[in-house]
Design a binder for this molecule. Structure first.
Ligand code: MLT
Ligand code: ZN
Length: 461
């Protein structure tokens, strides 16, 4: 054990420090097996004070720190520098308080998203952020990446749910504003700098989250559609008819739907036949059980008669609902055969999506005729996912990236709708952010982290 290892152990206990060859693979390789590094230390603090002490020690030793949450990021944001420190928040995983009167929850950064769902629900409340990786993704990671997911359409991204925040700065000082108030205009709202900063400005340690009343009625349907135009018309119709209850509208092009439902055939029957142009998984959450179900079914029936929907299946039980969501959400196994896969989370005006898809698809398939391309996404948010796999090969990532991002640039979209920039998209951030914006970001980074010790090599080019 090195002397730094000993000093870290004095802060967090020897059982919470790993060094060199003693570091498990999960701290060296990311979940997609795409980003690999050789950190010198993994440290697992148990409190904000311990985080602060570790950060101070790292600064003295001139070692950088990469905060790590549930390892569900896909852009390499949790990849440490070789020899540097991985600071895992996994022991700081408690929901500290649910305050039913103020409809808030105070949590440690390492609490899983699912744990916040369960604690809220046990108190008759609701934490709206949701995404497929809910069982492992942590609140700290969700905040650090400003996570989006399945219900942004109705409740916004993580940024919209964070009332209070506590973070450890690069110099080891703790800034804490664990307020439960919705309104607070006393000066610069610094928490928003940390939301989406991907660990580059400090370590998020605790947060106060805004909760909502727990919806008691839930409707889920899978709808097949004949064109993108009918899909957007249907989205508008559902939003208007359901009076604010529509919480998800997840769009899947036939390439994604056919591939995903095929891969799951051993587990579940295909909920709707293949052969339609597009599929949408929609969810409505409300407060009047009978009325909401009728309104949902009637609106979809109307959509069928108006030609906006070609086929519909409405879940009649929790099991059926889970089966419908699985086709969209259970992607780890579904996508495995496509590895090494290349994944995108671009965003753009909704109306530009079909042309974006046609142009990128044509270019990719012309260059790599054997490749599989799958398009899906959170259409309500203008956020499109594209997975390219099999038939390209790892070395071709840059080539495919350039093809895709050139089309993003053409439509003035963003290279990251929701996953962040991390390590993987650094060289493309300039397609979406101007030189002036990047200079402002760099000035903020330098002011808060002058020695570049907080998750270096991420976000900024
Ligand atoms: C999702 O929407 O399922 C996630 O963003 C993960 C992804 O598709 O890459
Ligand atoms: Zn997504």
């Amino acid at each position: 054990v090195s002397s730094i290892g000993q000093s870290l152990a004095a802060i967090v206990g020897a059982s919470n420090v790993f060094e060199g060859a003693g570091i498990e693979e999960r701290y060296r390789v990311d979940i997609m097996a795409k980003y690999v590094s050789t950190p010198g230390f993994v440290v697992r603090p148990g409190s904000t004070e311990e985080v602060a002490a570790v950060v101070k020690l790292a600064a003295q030793a001139n070692l950088s720190i990469t905060p790590l949450g549930g390892r569900t990021g896909v852009v390499g944001g949790g990849t440490a520098k070789d020899g540097a420190i991985v600071l895992s928040l996994e022991r700081m995983n408690k929901v500290l308080e649910v305050d039913a009167a103020s409809m808030t929850m105070t949590v440690e950064a390492g609490a899983t998203l699912q744990a916040t769902h369960e604690s809220a629900e046990a108190n008759g409340l609701f934490m709206p952020l949701d995404l497929g990786a809910r069982g492992s993704a942590t609140i700290g990671g969700n905040i650090a990446t400003n996570a989006g997911g399945n219900r942004v359409l109705r409740w916004g991204m993580m940024r919209d749910m964070v009332l209070g925040l506590e973070a450890v700065l690069a110099n080891g000082s703790v800034v804490s504003s664990l307020t439960k108030a919705l309104k607070d205009n006393a000066g610069y709202n610094w928490k928003h700098l940390f939301i989406g900063s991907e660990g580059t400005l400090g370590v998020i340690t605790r947060a106060v989250l805004r909760l909502r009343p727990l919806p008691v009625s839930s409707q889920t349907a899978l709808v097949a559609m004949s064109s993108f135009e009918t899909a957007t018309a249907l989205l508008r119709k559902m939003e208007a008819a359901l009076g604010g209850r529509l919480s998800s509208f997840e769009l899947m092009w036939s390439d994604f739907y056919d591939f995903s439902s095929e891969a799951q055939l051993a587990k579940r029957a295909r909920p709707l036949p293949c052969g339609h142009a597009l599929y949408a998984l929609m969810e409505s959450l409300g407060s009047e059980v009978a009325h909401d179900a009728d309104l949902f079914a009637q609106t979809l029936e109307q959509a069928m008669s108006e030609g906006l929907a070609s086929d519909v299946v409405i879940a009649q039980s929790d099991r059926e609902r889970d089966n419908l969501w699985a086709v969209r959400d259970d992607l780890t196994e579904v996508l495995r055969p496509l590895r090494p896969l290349i994944a995108y989370d671009v965003s753009m005006a909704l109306g530009d999506m079909p042309r974006f898809r046609e142009e990128t698809r044509a270019q990719i398939l012309e260059r790599f005729p054997q490749a599989t391309t799958l398009y899906y996404g959170h259409a309500g948010d203008g956020n499109l996912h594209l997975v390219v796999g099999a038939g390209t090969g790892k070395d071709q990532t840059t080539e495919v990236d350039r093809m895709v991002y050139r089309v993003v640039e053409k439509y003035r979209g963003s290279v990251s709708g929701e996953h962040g920039i991390g390590k993987g998209k650094r060289e493309y951030i300039g397609l979406t952010r101007s030189a002036q914006e990047l200079a402002l970001m760099q000035a903020i980074k330098t002011a808060l982290d002058p020695h570049n010790l907080m998750n270096p090599g991420k976000v900024l080019p």
